[in-house]
Design a protein around this ligand. Sequence first.
Ligand code: PMP
Ligand code: GLU
Length: 397
Amino acid sequence: MKLSDMASKIRPSSTLSISAEANRRKAEGLDIINFSAGEPDFNTPENIKEAAVRAINDNFTKYTPYEGIYELRRAVADELRSEGLEYAPEDIVISNGSKHALKNAFSAIIDPGDEVIVPAPYWNSYIDIINMVYGIPVVVQTRKQNLFKVTVEELERAYTPKTKALIINSPNNPTGMVYSEKELRQIADFAVEKDIYVISDEIYKRLIYSRHLKHTSIASLGEEIKKRTIVVDGFSKSFSMTGWRVGYTASEREIAEAIANIQSNSTSNVNSIAQIAALEALSGDKSEMDDMLKEFQHRRDFIAQRISDIPLLSSILPKGAFYLFVDVSKLLGRSVRGTMLENSGDVAQILLENYGVAVVPSDAFGIKNYIRISYATSMRDIVEGTNRIEKFVKQNY
Ligand code: PMP
Ligand code: GLU
């Protein structure tokens, strides 16, 4: 007896595994600062929790339509319209988090052997999700000089007649970079010319820290690109709702119907109570969310400055999301506490074992020599964790 080839290929999510390991050590009583999880430390806002409690008391506890309750699909469509994206509620499918929305989206468009262009650094799960639907991830390296944003020249090099789709993630995990409208327009022209799909992962779209920069969805740049784009978003990050598991896709009706069919036979509807909570998140009071955004910005400013003050480390100021992508190449090639540091995984290991700081090494994101620090954690932890990273560098270099 043997597992399927597909199952044998799938690795556990590195971000979730590292974070689970950090939490396991914490539970054992070790003093660990967890910079690994991309999970806001804030509680879900009160008005969202209250809406969920009301849903239970109102006995809103039965199956809902498998594509999601109409009111929530309408609220999503209304929000997208305010961003220049014209979708009907029928074009929206509510799924179990945006990870599930991505799986649904790829399931709807990928045949075995189809290639998907994935610009690196990428969020780790893209590769495994594409493998799960028997697609072939084609990783294209971006350049630091271009702030890790993919260019049309790079896409051209990765393109083959088997290319079926490309994935864009702005604001980006793990770099925090945000694509401008001009950059997206070039990518849109490429996708239209080659007649390929775009999966646009916009889960960090509400977390942008510059008044001069606004989120643009590639799908808003014309009818032709909109037809080819599946927008993916979720409630986990900006509403601090990671455990509720709500996300969605917005797409052409034909794709939405295919996604709904797939979901009807796999997970059915998202938890009915969580859907009511998500509806409140979109249509209710947003003041707690605004406070979270301000706090993230404060933390970003602090941590970026703090890390750049540590010798041998450097990073680019993130414009969105809640990650700092730190270049550790100058730490490599040296023996520390009897271990030769050859890659960012070794750096992450020393930091965890000897300094009690959990970070994600960049190999998980398809690029060498970086570590990702999530600043979706308390200021107290950020101060302590960066002090420990400084101590590690100063003691050993
Ligand atoms: N996309 C990106 C870029 C992410 O960082 C994450 C991690 N949470 C997800 C999608 C999935 O999030 P969720 O399934 O919690 O909506
Ligand atoms: N996306 C978050 C991260 O990158 C949460 C973990 C996960 O779903 O992978 O850390």
